[in-house]
Design a protein around this ligand. Sequence first.
Ligand code: FAD
Length: 388
Amino acid sequence: MTTSSGHPAQHVLISGAGVAGPALAYWLHRHGFAATVVERAPQMRHGGYSVDFRGGALEVVDRMGLLERVRALDTQMGDAAMMDAQGRQYATMPAAVFAGDLEVPKGELTRLLYEVTRDTAEYVFDDSIAALDQSGDGVTVRFEKAPPRRFDLVVGADGLHSRTRALAFGPKERYVRHLGLHTAIFSLPNYLGLHRTGQLYVSPGKAANIFSEGRDGRARAALHFADDGPEYDRHDPAEQRRIVAERFAGEGWEVPRLLEEMERAEDFWFDTNAQVEMDTWANGAVVLLGDAGYCAAPTSGRGTSQALIGAYILAGELSRAGGDPAAAFAAYEQGMRGLVAEHQAMGRDVAERYFMPPPSQEVLDLLAAGDPSHAAAEPAPLPYYPVR
Ligand SMILES: Cc1cc2nc3c(=O)[nH]c(=O)nc-3n(C[C@H](O)[C@H](O)[C@H](O)COP(=O)(O)OP(=O)(O)OC[C@H]3O[C@@H](n4cnc5c(N)ncnc54)[C@H](O)[C@@H]3O)c2cc1C
């Protein structure tokens, strides 16, 4: 077997089947590489929040032949209402501000990426890398459950709390920068009868919202609060619920009902908004992709886009470099650094500005029209990599 550039096919292990992992598996196959994806969850994760796409990511999706299928997942959100504590609407949040060029449920997107790669990549669920040993031309990988295996390359696409990053680069404290903002998300009955819209409530240091979901009379709520702490156990949802409830006690609008629903929710999710800052994303035959290497924080609204673009460029550069990981990884970094820096600046800016007093209609209109401080520079054209 040879790759699209004629060198012997390599076997790549990808840790993580979120957005970046399956997208990379797709492109590696097109370039003639073999890919194995190991995912900690027992199956592809469904449900979850919606993610928006912008610019070059749609071009990548188009080159994958998936543009129509992704467009079919569009939540088609309309403008949303900004509400005051008494439940009166005082402004309108244009959809362009929170839904980008196209907004899709993340679970549907990852399911689609899985569907189009499951026959050409090996997927191993319910397992994780436990140790990496780089010796000779490759990496011996020990798993938590499966027997050890040898791969030519390992890609960490395992998100903000990446195990691959910890094993190959050191503890996350070195790389994860918290933005002082925490978010809880959960689904609930669509008791406000919202249809392709949402309501948002902002008070200093806090924001809450509820948006309709396409399915079965359900809606999704998010509660955000600014805090440089708090110390909490990442694996203790009861403690996390308690922290959120304390922060939002006494707030108006629909917040009391949302807190009740949060207690009942089976899909409660809580995390800090953080970015990953690293001098390099590669160490020998191990490289990071997506949030694992350069998370821009949910506040950037660009994480999905850069995961898709990163996967496209990484696979293309591996092919172009004829199997030389050092050359490929250097070119991948060069291709991505500018975009990531821009996205991370946006993520920090929105985290800071979001928790000021509620934005006026004027500010919202400016954002919708492409606030110059938020408008990305004209994206560099995507490189072209010949595929088989
Ligand atoms: C609340 C919220 C809202 C967001 N909104 C937007 C938005 O509007 N627009 C946007 O572009 N982006 C948004 N994002 C960001 C976006 O979801 C991420 O940037 C994007 O999913 C990154 O993809 P990824 O594949 O790198 O990581 P992830 O999607 O996080 O996938 C990582 C995968 O790795 C798996 N994993 C973790 N640890 C291990 C392990 N040890 N072994 C094996 N597998 C493991 C996880 O289970 C997961 O499947 C949002 C994020 C959040 C949290």
